[in-house]
Design a protein around this ligand. Structure first.
Ligand SMILES: CCCCC/C=C\C/C=C\C=C\CC(=O)SCCNC(=O)CCNC(=O)[C@H](O)C(C)(C)COP(=O)(O)OP(=O)(O)OC[C@H]1O[C@@H](n2cnc3c(N)ncnc32)[C@H](O)[C@@H]1OP(=O)(O)O
Length: 305
């Protein structure tokens, strides 16, 4: 145990968890001091990411705004990481809620058009940006809550899985899951690891092979999300949840989080280059390009009907 703690402490000062100790001002705010007055809000906005930080409570809301479906394009992920870094450096921010500014969709996952018919150089930059985004969110010392207000397939599900707590709108039309096989592609190991860490081995074994998308009730049942709420209660519940987490001393929580996530983080950090090569080689294949093209046509055809 002592060695785990030493490792966790080392992690806390490492690249991905640099904010752990910086943000460790313990429990500045309890639920009773919660005040969400508009005057206390800071707003910062890029074209695809909107951020509202309430420096009284320490809660930031990061909204995705990349129409039509918040697909994770290279540009979107680059803007995400810039906005994320700003929040990480802001000591008044203790927790981040991820949600969508668009109706009916949290995120449609990776932008297929960034993988289809693009150059290997482009796909290398694209995959690096995705790794970067994931390392930041998964490795954050802040408390991160996903407020899932719509469809959340594949990369959208990964984003939610990287948070500490997931709250989803209680609506059967919204689906979440790792559905890559349905597109004829393979979810990378770290998508699978995040799913397995959350729902367990057997459920992920079924889930990744079938490419299952779960509705909200099913997602709750298997533990893919932690809570369902009516649409009009999503952000208030996410904020209240965050305030409850704030009661735990930051430093102890951060070290505990780092301990639990260390193996998954380390695996990615050690395999980062190989993971990029795998992605580029895999998506170079004619058969994979064909699958992606057919999937895009299916999406567009579905709309035309
Ligand atoms: C062996 C080694 C292995 C190594 C591993 C290597 C590789 C792994 C590779 C890739 C991993 C990828 C992970 C992913 O995230 S892939 C993306 C998966 N996403 C999906 O399947 C979602 C598809 N979209 C939908 O199901 C629906 O759009 C959605 C439910 C989200 C919303 O439905 P709605 O009816 O509101 O909207 P639509 O009319 O369907 O779409 C509007 C518009 O948007 C376009 N679009 C949708 N999704 C995407 C997307 N992911 N990327 C790009 N564009 C998307 C859609 O085509 C419509 O366009 P248009 O017709 O208006 O032009």
């Amino acid at each position: 145990m002592a060695s785990v703690l030493r490792q966790a402490a080392r992690l806390a000062s490492s690249r991905c968890l640099t904010q752990l100790s910086a943000a460790s001002s313990t429990s500045r705010l309890g639920a009773s001091s919660y005040n969400f007055s508009p005057s206390s809000r800071n707003a910062s906005t890029s074209s695809t990411i909107k951020v509202q930080l309430d420096s009284n409570t320490g809660v930031a809301i990061m909204m995705f705004q990349n129409p039509p479906v918040n697909s994770m394009s290279l540009d979107f992920m680059t803007e995400f990481v810039i906005a994320w870094d700003k929040l990480e450096l802001d000591k008044s921010c203790r927790g981040i809620i991820l949600t969508s500014a668009l109706p009916n969709v949290f995120s449609a996952g990776l932008d297929i058009m960034d993988m289809y018919g693009t150059t290997p150089e482009h796909r290398t930059a694209f995959w690096k940006a995705l790794q970067e985004l994931w390392l930041k969110v998964y490795g954050s010392g802040k408390i991160v809550v996903a407020a899932i207000n719509g469809a959340s397939p594949a990369g959208g599900c990964l984003m939610a899985l990287s948070c500490d707590y997931r709250i989803m709108i209680d609506n059967p039309k919204y689906k979440i899951g790792i559905n890559e096989t349905k597109l004829g592609i393979v979810a990378p190991f770290w998508f699978k690891d995040c799913l397995e860490n959350t729902v367990g081995y057997r459920m992920s074994e079924m889930s990744v092979q079938y490419g299952i998308l779960y509705n909200s009730a099913e997602a709750l049942k298997i533990g893919l999300v932690d809570q369902l709420v009516p649409e009009d209660k999503l952000i208030s519940t996410a904020t209240e949840t965050m305030i409850k987490w704030f009661a735990i001393p930051d430093y102890a929580r951060q070290i505990s989080k780092a301990m639990v996530r260390k193996a998954t983080m380390d695996k990615m950090l050690a395999g980062r280059e190989a993971d990029i090569t795998n992605f580029v080689t895999f998506t170079n294949k004619d058969s994979i390009q064909k699958s992606l093209g057919m999937y895009m046509e299916m999406l567009k055809g579905r709309k035309a009907k």
